[in-house]
Design a protein around this ligand. Sequence first.
Ligand SMILES: Cc1ncc(C[n+]2csc(CCOP(=O)(O)OP(=O)(O)O)c2C)c(N)n1
Length: 333
Amino acid sequence: MSKKSTVPPAAGASAHRLDLLREMVRIRRFEERCVELYSAARIRGFLHLYIGEEAVAAGVMSALTPADAVVSTYREHGHALARGIPPGAVMAEMFGKAAGCSRGRGGSMHLFDATTRFYGGNAIVGGGLPVAVGLALADAMLGRPVVTACFFGDGAVAEGEFHETLNLAALWRLPVLFCCENNLYAMGTAIERAQAVTDLAKRAASYGVAADTVDGMDVLAVEDAARAAVAAVRSGTGPRFLELLTYRFRAHSMYDPDRYRDKAEIARWRQRDPITLLTGRMRDDGELPDDTLQELEAAVAAEIDAAVAFADEAAEEPVGDLTRFVLAERSGS
Ligand SMILES: Cc1ncc(C[n+]2csc(CCOP(=O)(O)OP(=O)(O)O)c2C)c(N)n1
């Protein structure tokens, strides 16, 4: 969950569900604002939206401690926000400003923040997997009782890196939680056109990695599964794999005309919108009065307005710094 959110935490018996709802709403509204800013050419380059998949980020992050590490993909705004990177630092990164979490050099696909142990944002499909296994190896060698959560898409399962890293993580019993966000498409390619075995949990299990398939639209189911898996990984029994069945409501990226998906399929998945699902459940349980939801939406809107204002007012990088950070610098230089 967000640690640096400016929105105060909820209190009371249903506080936790409200926190999960707030996290998903923050991610959704942040990205909706990104769409507007992209259309206004304030954000440039590629932009891959996570809209529809928010339950995965909110549920998994809620199961981690601040000491755990997170590795992500190019569709990582939701992971970054749920991990606790301030929205202003994420938005400034989108704007290419020096106050961005990657000093404005990474943009949307390369969010990075060592203080929250968020090790990217990676444009290479499957590219985060070896990074995650390396981090987990380092933590294991240093005797730190922490877990590395690695997010990747179904498309990454077709990459050699997936197989090499799962094999090594299983062989060395490394503390990694593999979180596969199966949204059924890798760009314009449906999973059944690209993968001979579409049951991705089975693929992980073939390496001796305990694997579960979870409803990735149900944040409570995601959180339960993630908590159980994290506890098992932390106890030293080796890596775990979660296949999180989810769906992106928008195109692969802002440049994608999205002609490969059936409109009826999109409409079917929209009926399982993770925010609507949790809202409905909380309402049924008498946990979500209308004014609470309105207050939540207003607080999130204010938080995002502040993030955009921060990014707007932030300075451009000085031209003299343009050749810095190409190579590692000694501290003080
Ligand atoms: C190694 C590599 N091959 C191809 C690409 C081009 N590419 C970018 S995104 C993508 C699809 C990946 O799909 P998936 O892993 O399922 O993630 P999703 O976009 O669905 O979240 C591809 C093939 C790339 N960036 N890196």
